[in-house]
Design a protein around this ligand. Structure first.
Ligand code: EPU
Length: 357
């Protein structure tokens, strides 16, 4: 079925809770419905949304917003028919990503437990290459199935063709953005224990959550236990979209050359003492990733309010709709001021992760 509505209120369709409307809103239930949509006739521009968890609507949307409700989860191969014994699961683009994680944990399948509780839907996860706690969705994607709205045909991309990088893929490339609509994604999960616990203090947190008799050896861990721990950590650090609007991390973590990191660390040591360490992750080619959260906190933004918007007190990488009534201009104003402070203090250009519409 295809549902079309006009001047649709999008407040509940973007996790920031911006009170905006779309001139035309079309929701479809199946691949067959998608083909029936006359793309040439739609009011432009056309925007396909998922859970609206990575968007900032800065105004009413003057074109057409599309939303998929293709919502199946189907095991295609239990592992008997492929050499690596992977369990191949096909998942509709409209499935809430965390519902997929919950399903996988219940089935005892490994691969997406670290991605638990990330807001958004499966189609958008493959576009955005969502990631958390040392795992990116590209690590478990095999193929991305799409509808090509230009050639009007179904196509698929092997994971190697998707151009995946940190929160990036070919689907975000301005030249083809919007051309391909993800219909479903093929994931490769595993029945074999594959705990990924190297991020921060995750291993300690999981060990603590395990029954005292268990410990954290691979045999006693389950995807359900890791999922439970990740959800607890996320709830402690990040705002619940149902309680306070946000789009998760507002900025990407910047990557700088080693010599710039050394300068930043020397300045931090001069300020905080010789033992002070700047949090960072070493990358190939002498590059260093620095948590944007640290930079924003150092600039004094943590917990600060500006009209209806605020920098979240527990994780300054997140800008929140503090009052529930924030105007887009207030969010954008805060974003600009944060970017200016970080530029002035560290010489680093923060890049928003959130897409501005
Ligand atoms: N930090 C501070 N102050 C704070 C919070 C954090 O200085 O108040 C520093 C600490 O050094 C901490 C480091 O930042 O160790 C990293 O913090 P965290 O583990 O919370 O991760 P992040 O790098 O800030 C990224 C993702 C999150 C994801 C977490 C966990 C990006 C842009 N964000 O945040 O993703 O949940 O790692 O893996 O890469 C999202 O994309 O919406 C999102 C929430």
């Amino acid at each position: 079925m295809i549902n079309t509505s006009y001047y649709k209120d999008l407040t509940k369709m973007n996790t920031f809770g911006m009170k905006v409307k779309a001139r035309c809103f079309i929701e479809y239930d199946s691949v067959a419905d998608l083909v029936d949509i006359e793309f040439g006739e739609l009011a432009r521009p056309v925007l396909h949304i998922g859970g609206g968890s990575n968007l900032l609507f800065t105004d009413d949307f003057k074109g057409t917003v599309l939303h998929s409700r293709i919502d199946f989860i189907e095991i295609l191969d239990e592992g008997q028919n492929n050499p690596e014994g992977q369990v191949l699961v096909s998942v509709g683009a409209g499935v809430v990503f965390d519902d997929f994680c919950a399903w996988a944990a219940k089935e005892g399948l490994w691969g997406v437990e670290n991605l638990s509780h990330i807001p958004g839907e499966v189609g958008a996860s493959a576009v955005q290459n969502i990631g958390a706690y040392g795992v990116e969705v590209k690590d478990v994607i095999r193929k991305v199935y799409c509808y090509d709205t230009v050639e009007e045909e179904f196509v698929h991309f092997e994971v190697s063709e998707c151009g995946y990088a940190y929160r990036d893929s070919i689907f975000k490339n301005p030249e083809i953005k919007g051309r391909y609509i993800v219909t479903h994604v093929l994931f490769a999960l595993s029945k074999q224990p594959r705990p990924m616990l190297d991020y921060g203090h995750l291993k300690e947190a999981v060990t603590e959550a395990a029954a005292p008799s268990c410990g954290s050896d691979n045999q006693s861990l389950t995807p359900a236990l890791i999922r439970k721990t990740i959800i607890r950590i996320r709830k402690e650090k990040l705002p619940e979209p149902s309680v306070m609007g946000s789009a998760g991390s507002f900025f990407k973590n910047p990557v700088v050359p080693m010599e710039q990191f050394v300068r930043i660390e020397a300045a931090a040591k001069a300020e905080h003492g010789a033992d002070y360490k700047v949090p960072h992750y070493l990358l190939p080619d002498d590059m260093v990733k620095i948590p944007a959260a640290w930079m924003i906190e150092q600039c004094g933004w943590k917990g600060r309010r500006s009209g209806g918007a605020a920098v979240y007190e527990k994780q300054p990488l997140v800008i929140v709709n503090y009052t529930g009534e924030a105007y887009p201009e207030e969010i954008v104003g805060l974003e600009r001021r944060i970017m200016t402070s970080v530029r002035d203090r560290f010489g680093v250009e923060l890049c928003p992760e959130v897409e501005h519409i």
